[in-house]
Design a protein around this ligand. Structure first.
Ligand SMILES: Cc1cc2nc3c(=O)[nH]c(=O)nc-3n(C[C@H](O)[C@H](O)[C@H](O)COP(=O)(O)OP(=O)(O)OC[C@H]3O[C@@H](n4cnc5c(N)ncnc54)[C@H](O)[C@@H]3O)c2cc1C
Length: 493
């Protein structure tokens, strides 16, 4: 769309606060602004039924911290050398303690994951005891918390314009304040007036391979198990009006997963799950046909310990899961249970019980010998055979002297043999336009761009280590901050 900087002479849609993106952050922003008397409209890129972004398919846990002081200590420690301004950490901590009270005030019914405390990701860090994870509904997963969020918006007079992606911010030529959004409806461009402010809540860049190559460390490409609609649009829109960026190199990943052209999102392989002891032998090798990690290690949202620091798992692409007939014939290689993940909940790909359909499609390759399998997938045959016999010796000795793996210590024995190409996969990116403690998007010199706010994973606060449930918790926390401040603006007209 051609850039048209002047104020449009006609507005197609008008509101006080325009929220771009309908996930948890969009919900918290929209509901907060509405409760303060603002007229709110939500623009959503996805068609009706596929809105909700990563929030819809998340594990559904959100953080509610139990003490402001401990939360400040914990987030400060999580950021480590990748520091975040103290004022931001303080607001995050104060708001994170209010998530349950706010949801309860709106009719939610917060349930703590059982038994608490569940899943403190870095228990040794100061303040870690502040972590408490909650969900709405009978259990976590299955979109239950999202169902509450969706209801909170839909029971209010907040129009949601589906299939209407925000494309460009309308900025006043002289004052540089944000006046509205140019959005797309089918083949038409529409103008959406924001009398008070625009809040960008349109998620990260999980599906923008150009941004992934430029910003994420060490991955030539990466796919997602979340929504396919988050393509970094908020980053492009904010940069075009002068925003600074932060945390672009931080993300909840990588893991290793199958990605095929026919399906937009990734398939997680059961055999690689840290808690599953599938029968049969398997390893993962890189393009040199050598192993490079403990395949069953439970990463901390993609990070592993390296020389006393946590760094993203190395993913030398293309990677291959190499396995035997026992594993192939032990049941579906993919867990299609619809508790979380876009592939399971929205795509609903029905993986065959005996893996035969995926073998026929060529997603799984097979050959009678390791050397022949290597030739099929483009690996060096002698090296792959050597790697497998080395792995089998580790299994006999019950000691993986290369990477210390302790789970699924079964040899890859007898033919036929199988391979699945694996790609780096992620839950979500954390980077985006830099925001301040008021939720305003700021320029490189720290000054706010007037009437422009954000919340959620688009420019999240997480700069380095990540505590699970922190993203949804932050959507609620900064959704309220940005919604409050946008609603308090004096209309520009
Ligand atoms: C499988 C999985 C499990 C997870 N589990 C958890 C968990 O249990 N707890 C937790 O805290 N975090 C979890 N996360 C991370 C968390 O889900 C996300 O970080 C969080 O949902 C982000 O919320 P959001 O509102 O910022 O963005 P999203 O929920 O992704 O919503 C963004 C919305 O913006 C829309 N959009 C995109 N571009 C545009 C545009 N140009 N115009 C208009 N709309 C647009 C999208 O369609 C989408 O609906 C998980 C992620 C995944 C993928």
């Amino acid at each position: 769309m051609e850039h048209q900087p002047s104020v449009p002479h006609k507005w197609d849609v008008e509101a006080d606060v325009v929220v771009v993106g309908f996930g948890a952050a969009g919900m918290a922003t929209a509901v907060t602004a509405h409760e303060l008397g603002a007229k709110v409209v939500i623009l959503e890129k996805a068609p009706e039924g596929q809105e909700g972004g990563n929030t819809r398919v998340a594990g559904q846990g959100y953080l509610n911290t139990s003490s402001v002081e401990s939360a400040i200590a914990y987030l400060t420690a999580l950021c480590g050398p990748f520091t975040v301004p103290e004022a931001m950490v303080k607001v995050w901590a104060e708001e994170m303690c209010q998530n349950n009270a706010w949801l309860r005030s709106l009719g939610g019914n917060p349930q703590e994951h059982q038994p608490p405390p569940v899943g403190i990701e870095y228990p040794d860090l100061p303040g870690a005891d502040c972590v408490h994870k909650f969900h709405d509904g009978p259990t976590y997963g299955y979109s239950y918390t999202w169902q509450l969020f969706e209801r909170l918006v839909k029971e209010r007079p907040i129009p949601i314009l589906y299939e209407t992606p925000g494309r460009e911010l309308i900025q006043h030529d002289i004052t540089k304040e944000i006046l509205g959004v140019r959005a797309q409806r089918g083949n038409d461009a529409i103008t959406v007036k924001a009398r008070k402010g625009v809040v960008l809540t349109c998620g990260g860049f999980e599906n923008n391979q150009e941004m992934i190559r430029n910003y994420l460390p060490g991955v030539p490409y990466c796919y997602t198990s979340g929504t396919p609609y988050n393509e970094g649009d908020g980053i492009t829109m904010a940069m075009s009006v002068g925003a600074d960026l932060w945390h672009m190199n931080n993300y909840a990943g990588p893991s290793m997963a199958l990605k095929v052209p026919e399906v937009r999102t990734t398939f997680s392989m059961q055999a690689l799950h840290y808690s599953k002891e599938t029968p049969g032998g398997m390893i993962v090798v890189g393009p040199d046909a050598r192993r490079f990690t403990d395949e069953k290690f439970r990463t901390r949202h993609g990070k592993i310990p390296v020389n006393g620091r946590w760094l993203p798992l190395t993913t030398p692409c293309p990677m291959f899961l190499i396995f035997d007939h026992t594993l192939f014939s032990s049941g579906p290689l993919y867990d299609k249970h619809p508790s979380h993940g876009w592939t399971q909940i929205v795509e609903r790909y029905d993986w065959s019980q005996d893996n035969s359909a995926e073998l026929a499609k060529g997603w799984i390759k097979t050959a009678g010998s390791l050397e022949a399998l290597a030739a099929v997938v483009g690996l060096d045959p002698a090296t792959l055979a050597d790697t497998v016999s080395r792995w089998n010796r580790h299994c006999d000795a019950k000691n993986d002297s290369d990477f210390g793996r302790t789970l699924m210590m079964a040899p890859i024995a007898g033919g036929p043999y199988y391979a699945v190409e694996l790609s780096p996969s992620m839950l979500n990116t954390q980077g985006g336009p830099r925001r301040n403690e008021k939720g305003q998007i700021v320029r490189p010199d720290g000054t706010p761009i007037a009437r422009l706010y954000s919340s959620g994973e688009l420019g999240s606060i997480y700069s380095y280590l990540y505590q699970g449930t922190g993203n949804l918790g932050e959507c609620l926390a900064f959704g309220r901050v940005s919604g409050r401040n946008a609603a308090a603006e004096i209309p520009w007209e």
